[in-house]
Design a protein around this ligand. Structure first.
Ligand code: ADP
Ligand code: 5GP
Length: 189
């Protein structure tokens, strides 16, 4: 019997470690596809079109909403981000496994729309560690860091909607825990 694919959603507050964790997991799992989101924000130094995001204008983002091209989309920190529906559904229909790095609003919309989605929440070890990782990343100015920290307090409360909550202390340990969740999900009948 052919099983439909598996959908993993990884969320955390900004700076919680989603990008780092997804990159590590993808390096080790060639049978896991990453869903590249569309965003209306500008690329950060070092970010590449079609690898990190598909970068589009606000007008183009509007058009894609009207054409129902997103499985979900959300407004975050003043910019819009969306998950392309076609790639997601084609991968699932072909029986593949796919991983999404989306915020809490996006994860909840995905859970509603794709009932079998497995939602994983990455928690920082403490608020202080989160602040220090965000500052250490040096990609956002002070105002942006403050905005992300304020938002993090609300997002942390949303972890109750997820299937798994993993504290991101030591990176290698976090990766092992996520791999265990993925392996268990693949064995589910
Ligand atoms: P997100 O994608 O959730 O915003 P990032 O993956 O960019 O978060 O991580 C934020 C910062 O924290 C990065 O500089 C990253 O290298 C660092 N980081 C992530 N996980 C860990 C960890 N387990 N231990 C130490 N630093 C980490
Ligand atoms: P950043 O600008 O730091 O790359 O991402 C900001 C936030 O947008 C992160 O929490 C990230 O998970 C979220 N995000 C990225 N892509 C998507 C998406 O397609 N949909 C939703 N809802 N959130 C996304």
């Amino acid at each position: 019997m052919k099983r439909k694919g598996i959908l993993f959603v990884i969320s955390s507050p900004s700076g919680g470690g989603k990008t780092t964790v997804c990159q590590e997991i993808l390096k080790e799992s060639s049978d896991l596809a990453y869903s590249i989101s569309v965003t209306s924000r500008r690329p950060r130094p070092g970010e590449k079109e079609g690898r990190d995001y598909f970068f589009v204008s606000e007008e183009e983002f509007d058009k894609r909403i009207q054409r129902d091209e997103f499985a979900e989309w959300a407004q975050i920190h003043g910019h819009r981000y969306g998950t392309p529906r076609k790639f997601l559904e084609e991968t699932l229909n072909a029986g593949g496994a796919i991983i999404l790095d989306v915020d809490v609003q996006g994860a909840l919309k995905i859970k509603e729309r794709y009932e079998s989605a497995c939602l994983i929440f990455l928690l920082p070890p403490s608020f202080e560690v989160l602040a220090s990782r965000l500052k250490g990343r040096k990609t956002d100015d002070e105002t942006d860091v403050e905005l992300r920290l304020r938002r993090a307090r609300k997002e942390l409360a949303s972890r109750k909607h997820y299937h798994h909550a993993i504290v991101n202390r030591e990176l290698s340990q976090t990766i092992e825990e996520i791999k265990a969740v993925i392996a268990a999900e693949r064995r589910r009948v």
